[in-house]
Every structure is written in structure tokens, then in C-alpha cells.
Design a protein around this ligand. Sequence first.
Ligand code: LLP
Length: 414
Amino acid sequence: MDPGAFYYGADALCCEDLELARVAEEIGTPTYVYSRARILANFRSIAEPLSKLNGHACYSVKANSNLAILRLLAESGSGFDIVSGGELMRVLRAGAEPGRVVFSGVGKTNDEIDAALAAGVLMLNVESASELDVVESRARHRAMRAPVSIRINPDVEADTHPYISTGQAIHKFGVPKVDALELYWRAALSSHLEVRGVACHIGSQILDLDPFLRAADEVIALARDLRSEGIATEYLDLGGGFGIHYRDEHPFDFDRFFAGLERRLRNEGFRPLLEPGRSVVGDAGLLLVRVLYVKETESKRFIVVDGGMNDLLRPALYGSYHEILPLERRDGSRNTADVVGPLCETGDFLARDRLLPGFKSGDLLAVLDSGAYGFVLASNYNSRPKPAEVLIEGGKMRLIRRREVAEELMAAEL
Ligand code: LLP
């Protein structure tokens, strides 16, 4: 069995060849820690089968946008899925090849569209008729053709948290299938637009294969219809959303997915793109925190740690489960406790009613599977500086984002 990115060597929790307690000693807490080897292994397990299908992976930057991680992926040939001018700036700084970047999102501004056109991205995944008009007019302004795909809403239901499900008719994302053909004709007839592909994305943390294959069928059917009408689409962007193991889930079955994709794409001539985020970085990261206080009342035990909802929002926002492990392995008795942060919100918890070993002030804990949507959702709520980030490579640690200091939080204020 794969031990994962983090494992107990003797009795100390390690990442690659390094004991994590050393990170806490040198860098302090709270700190995000990532395994370079794990990120690369996760990326390759998606990118390699895709390249056999003549496609490529566009890592979804929103999951974790640290420059060191983007550089690592760019060097490994990754394309990128971006959703803002800020993400565009990051991937360019990280050395991405613009021709492997797709720009998604329902609310692209003129400035963002201009920047993407100037950079020469592979395509803008357009999400509405009015956005298509704006992209066309920005391209006309630049006397060029803007490469576009239309993101269709395939109207498939996927079993995930309602906040991160995106592919049904009630969601704000994409264009209904029935309207897509008309938009493609508009694009095909414009001298400032160039049709490059068809796009979709149905949601996130989806474990079941069927909704992905049903969405792929919809995209392929539309691309075939377009081809029969003389509109060639080279790329089929099937989005991201592949679920990982947090608690007791079976992670997404990529082997079956790629087998299904291969069958569907055989002899079609289309090039598949995927936009994985969580499945590349999720299990490659953890949040290291230290116990400040243990507080017992008649009804509850609280373990108060130095990282909270401003550092890792997922438990508070989605009720998400993240495994919590002590840095020093503990056997013996366990008690039910809440692991809570220092912020002034009842929703500020990392775990609720969790069976955990006894802890005391000063103990170090690891909150697992925090590599995706961890640091990127961190805020300065309660005027708390954002945590540091560290990348582990073999036995070495590299600080890839220093801890913020409180003065910085006021720097932009007048
Ligand atoms: N492509 C598009 C167009 C997306 O909207 C997303 C995620 C992805 C790709 C990447 O999906 P992934 O492979 O990472 O599932 N904050 C939430 C997740 C929000 C996902 C938003 N869109 C969480 O913490 O679970």
C-alpha cells in the first residue's frame, strides 16, 4: 500500500526524508508543508496518459498558486487553467508556455481579456453570449483573432458538496447545450474569433466516474456536430474535479477514466485537455499547527491550536474532514475532542468530535490533505498574518513563502 506523502518513520511523522518536527523548529507554526515528489507523481499520473491521447494537463492554479509549485509544474510540461489576471501573471512568472494556458471563469474583465490576448493563451473558455461579444471586440481592438472555446453546461448531476458542484442547469457556469451551437456559429463567422475547442467542468471533489464520462459524451457529441457543420474544434477541455481520499472515500479511478476516454476519442482527431487541481496537490500538503491550550468543560474537550479558519477554511466553509495526526506517534487511549483555532468564531474549527490521543500545550499536529484549497483560501481575518509555506525535497526543506508579519497587513491602507 502506498504510504502517501506523509508517513511515520520510527515514531516521527515525516515528509519524504525529513522529520516534520524540524520544519516546526526552523520555520514555526502554522506552516503549510508540501512534498515535491508527491506533487510530481500526482501530476505525471494524469499528464502521461493524457499525452498518449495527444492532449495535455492544464493544472488548475486556483488549487494552490505558490510560484515554486507552479514553476515545478511548468518545468514538467504542465499547461495551466487560470481564472484571473492575477493567476495569468503568476503562471507567466513561473515560466509557463502561454500556448498551454486556458482561461476559464464567468466574469473576465476587459483588462483580463486584454492581458490573456497579449500573452497568447491557448484559448479563452467563454461562458456567455455577452462575454463572447466582449472578447470579439477586444480582439478587434488589437487587430487579431481571439482563440475561444465555449464552456457548455452539460447538465449532469455530480455527487459533491453543493457549493462546488457546477455542471447542472441551475448553476451560473457555462452555456446551455441548446445555445452553444448558435454561439459557435457566431464565433466561426467572426473575423476576430477563432474556434479552438469545446470546454466543460462539472464540479469538484467528484469521486464517481459516470458524470465525467457523461459530460465527455456531451462535449464529444457537440464537437462532432460542429465538425459536420464545418466548424473544426481541436481541443476538448473536460475540466477538473477529480476527487481525492480525505476520510474513507475511494479516490477517483483515473485508469478507468482514461480507458473510457481512449475508447471515446479513438480515431476522432480531438485533443483532450484536463484541468486537475486538487488531485495534483491535495494529498501532497499538510498544515502544521501547535497546541496552545487544552481546555476541558463538562461537555467538551477543546484542543486550541495556533492555526484556524483563516489558515485553513475548508472545515468551516464546507464542513470538510481533514485527518489530524500527532507529529509524534501516540498509542494508547483516545478521547473525543474538537480541534479549534484562535479566531473569534464558533465556526473556527479544524475538526469536530474527533477521537484523538491526549495532547498538551506545545504538541505539534498535522492537518492532512491540505495542499489544495488550503493556503489559497487563507485570509487575514482577525488581523492574522498568513502562514508560511515549505516545500520538501528529499531530506531538504525550502521556504517557498515566508510567514507574513502583522505590519504587512496594514501596508495597503491609507
Ligand atoms: N477547472 C475549473 C473551471 C474549475 O472551476 C475548477 C475548480 C477546476 C478546474 C479544478 O477543480 P479540482 O480538480 O481542483 O477539483 N474550494 C473548494 C473547491 C472549489 C473548486 C472550484 N473550481 C474546496 O476547497 O473544496
